[in-house]
Ligand binder design. Structure first.
Ligand code: ATP
Ligand code: MG
Length: 298
């Protein structure tokens, strides 16, 4: 297990103003881990990742059996930060029946005709399940804040700071409602640097088998990098709560991202003290009867 103090370091403290520039996107962000050196750390972290993946498999079974909580994991990031790869790796050992991934793209006309939380509400995880949002309602205070022209069909009114404050409040209230009803929420911002994004885009452009991953929109959105960083800083600051915390994950090295995300998910599940349901006397008697019946078969 990566020591709790390292995870604590990544967790944004409620009420704290954040400057993403102060968060290292590489592997050296965490003081206590720096001393290992890159190669040793990579080796160590990969072992931890494997251990966590094994633990996650059984934790998910227990989440299902316990049937009191659901787990909602939100991934937000700039393009090419590694959301897809992280989800694929971290969830690789989890029973697909207990886990669903939803990727939210530009809303459809039908979705635009409803309140902005509608499409996310419809896809929340049931009790006992893990739901992963690859992008989420946070897009409605990120891409939409950077491009306010995306706001359509709303009643008249200024799209000023009060408008965005109201949206943050809607999100906080929505999350509070979910938490009170047994949904555990973890929010990850995969923090990739602008330089690393360029490298990954170049890789997509240079390697024919990766060409399909590149879209022209990736480049046009990159031009708004600073606006996005401000939108993220503000959204994270205002919506980072004790019960629905944000974690800022260094994302320039995929092995770091995956290990940290897996560790935070497993330690969150561990903290729930999940248990197999306790059977009543009557249920135990029924099992005893069933066993006797089977044993009595010829
Ligand atoms: P990939 O890693 O494959 O690029 P992606 O999540 O970036 O994955 P895309 O299809 O490239 O998927 O992009 C989805 C786009 O949809 C993003 O640009 C995102 O900002 C946009 N989007 C998501 N939610 C909303 C929303 N509520 N309003 C407007 N645009 C949105
Ligand atoms: Mg994209």
């Amino acid at each position: 297990m990566i020591k709790q103090e390292y995870n604590d370091h990544l967790r944004v403290l409620p009420g704290k103003k954040i400057h993403l520039k102060d968060f290292d996107t590489g592997w050296t962000q965490i003081e206590g881990l720096k001393e290992y050196g890159k190669d040793k750390l990579k080796e160590h972290v990969n072992i931890l990742l494997q251990q966590n993946l094994v633990e996650l498999t059984s934790a998910q079974q227990l989440l299902y059996a316990d049937d009191r909580y659901s787990l909602l994991i939100i991934f937000q990031a700039m393009d090419a930060a590694g959301k897809d790869g992280t989800i694929k790796h971290v969830m690789s050992g989890v029973n697909p029946q207990g886990c669903q991934v939803f990727s939210f793209k530009k809303p459809s006309d039908e979705e635009m005709n409803h309140n902005f939380l509608w499409r996310y509400m419809k896809n929340l995880p049931e009790r006992g399940r893990i739901g992963i949002f690859n992008r989420s309602y946070y897009e409605d205070v990120l891409v939409v804040k950077v491009h306010p022209e995306l706001l359509k069909n709303l009643p008249d009114g200024k799209r000023n700071s009060a408008f965005w404050e109201n949206r943050y409040e809607d999100i906080n209230t929505f999350e509070r409602h979910l938490v009170r009803n047994g949904t555990v929420i973890i929010k990850f911002f995969l923090n990739v640097s602008k330089e690393e994004q360029k490298k990954r885009f170049m890789d997509r452009l240079m390697r024919p088998e990766k060409n399909w991953k590149f879209s022209a929109a990736d480049l046009s959105e990159r031009a708004y990098w600073t606006d996005y960083m401000h939108a993220y800083e503000e959204a994270i600051r205002v919506t980072n709560t004790e019960s629905a915390p944000w974690y800022i994950i260094p994302a320039d090295n995929k092995w770091v991202t995956r290990a940290l995300v897996a560790d935070i998910i497993t330690s969150t599940l561990r903290g729930l003290e999940l248990k197999f349901p306790k059977l009543s006397e009557a249920q135990l008697e029924m099992l005893d009867e069933a066993r006797k019946t089977l044993e009595a078969e010829a």
